[in-house]
Design a binder for this molecule. Structure first.
Ligand SMILES: Cc1cc2nc3c(=O)[nH]c(=O)nc-3n(C[C@H](O)[C@H](O)[C@H](O)COP(=O)(O)O)c2cc1C
Length: 185
């Protein structure tokens, strides 16, 4: 026997714990904004891309439409409070960088700065946008990735033993569990 599931919470199952992020974006007037985002999907293929969903009413969306670039800053599991504040306030009326005492640092390939407190920073340039009702789905090329010493493997990668992002499922948050395999299946 099968039971019909409440479709409203499907994200809790399909989106089983993607790293929670803070997206930085800089508008044409130089204003830098930060907002919490949980809808980032890596896309397969040699051309490095990701997809990100942002509500059109958000300042973040308006500024990405201007600059066509943004940084995905992956937070560590002790940054829940920052994620909450940056997800509850809008940069339209609040300086969230000051509110959360966040530090900006230069990106390697784009003009939009990264957040120094976030151990992993993914610099993106927009390739296309798909308008979905009240949401824009941005497809962006990944131009550079920076990792802080905390998560670095000392070479050019992330040490997955020390990688501790806060995982979010659209319903609850999780810590990363133990690795059960390496490489492909
Ligand atoms: C845990 C969490 C996840 C969120 N994920 C998204 C998301 O994926 N896309 C989005 O547009 N807003 C998301 N939000 C909401 C925005 O962060 C929120 O609307 C914010 O106030 C927008 O700020 P802005 O107007 O400065 O861009 C999320 C909020 C929280 C708390």
């Amino acid at each position: 026997m099968r039971t019909l599931v409440d479709t409203g919470v499907y994200g809790e199952y399909l989106h089983y714990g993607m790293p929670l992020t803070l997206v930085t974006v800089r508008g044409n007037n130089g204003q830098v904004n930060v907002s919490t985002n949980a809808s980032i999907t890596p896309l397969p293929g040699d051309h490095l891309r990701l997809a990100i969903g942002i509500f059109t009413e958000n300042l973040t969306n308006q500024l990405i439409a201007e600059s066509k670039e943004f940084v995905v800053n992956v937070i560590s599991d002790d940054m829940r409070g920052v994620a909450k504040l940056c997800g509850e306030h809008s940069g339209a009326d609040t300086d969230k960088l000051a509110l959360c005492d966040l530090t900006l640092a230069p990106s390697a390939e784009i003009g939009t700065p990264l957040i120094a407190e976030c151990p992993l920073n993914i610099e993106c340039r927009v390739e296309s946008v798909h308008h979905l009702d009240d949401l824009d789905l941005w497809i962006a090329e990944i131009l550079a990735i920076q990792v802080a010493q905390d998560w670095s493997d000392g070479r050019s990668g992330v040490d997955l033993q020390r990688y501790n992002p806060l995982l979010y499922t659209f319903g609850y948050t999780l810590a990363r569990g133990p690795m059960v395999g390496a490489g492909s299946l």
